[in-house]
Design a protein around this ligand. Structure first.
Ligand SMILES: [Zn+2]
Length: 266
């Protein structure tokens, strides 16, 4: 896999992962993943659906061809990632119509929700770049310019003796929907869930330019992060690298103060 671009190619229901970045969950998956150039992964629950091997696409689930979104994912397999890389300034966004149908199913009225929170629908980019591992050892995906900026930010901090790590970067609409589905299955209702989780489609994390930053020894995504030297360093220098805090105290969106959540803008 050396030298191959490490990109996440995105389709509405299925992601195409570089096989080298995935961890096997069973012997059968392990054998396939070890040889896979790319792996089709269901966004809603992270399930590995198929491995792209030299001999062709090998299903990892029964009834692969009945999987929603499989045709689009197979079409995306045919696109050369290098071609996608050429268009850094025009990274296409996925359509939003599917999301709106699902918000309807959850009983969330997009207009009323947007009005109440001041948030807007955020489209997912068609591809993302590998930005290293997060604190939990998972692949961190960001838009390619944000990925580069994050590496620079982290390196600059390190030169000043500050260790930054990432908690979470890009998250898909389906991932967010999956959170809702799991909580609904446990008996919570949508209004309860909305007090803790942004509605699917409305999180800045969908854009690939936002990430949650932490520092070792601090719990993830807690207000106590503001008391750390890492936060102090970010306050002084993050702006030089294009990062701003999205939700400072008393932000106009009425969103809870999130000292860990930063957004890259060119
Ligand atoms: Zn965040």
């Amino acid at each position: 896999m050396r030298g191959q671009a490490r990109l996440l190619v995105n389709t509405p229901e299925i992601e195409l992962w570089p096989g080298s970045l995935l961890r096997a969950r069973g012997n059968r998956d392990a054998r396939a993943l070890a040889r896979a150039r790319r792996v089709l992964r269901r966004k809603r629950d992270g399930r590995y659906l198929a491995a792209e091997l030299p001999e062709g696409l090998v299903p990892l689930v029964p009834h692969l061809l009945r999987e929603p979104g499989i045709d689009e994912a197979k079409r995306a397999l045919g696109l050369e990632p290098a071609r996608a890389r050429a268009g850094i300034d025009v990274i296409p966004a996925l359509p939003l119509h599917r999301l709106q149908a699902r918000l309807d199913r959850l009983g969330i009225d997009p207009a009323a929700y947007a009005e109440r929170t001041g948030l807007v629908l955020v489209a997912e980019p068609a591809w993302l770049a590998f930005a290293g591992r997060d604190r939990f050892g998972r692949a961190l995906w960001l838009r390619v310019d944000a990925a580069r900026a994050w590496r620079n930010l982290r390196d600059a901090a390190l030169r000043d003796g500050i260790v930054l790590d990432s908690i979470s970067g890009y998250r898909s609409h389906d991932y967010q929907l999956g959170i809702f589905e799991r909580k609904l299955a446990r008996g919570q209702d949508v209004d309860d869930i909305l007090t803790v989780n942004a509605a699917p489609g409305y999180s800045e994390h969908h854009s690939g330019i936002a990430l949650d930053i932490g520092t070792p020894g601090e719990p993830p995504a807690e207000e106590s992060f503001e008391g750390t030297p890492a936060f102090d360093w970010l306050g002084r220098y993050a702006g030089e690298h294009g990062f701003t805090m999205s939700y400072p105290r008393d932000n106009p969106h009425g969103i809870v103060y999130e000292p860990w959540h930063w957004r890259f803008s060119r």
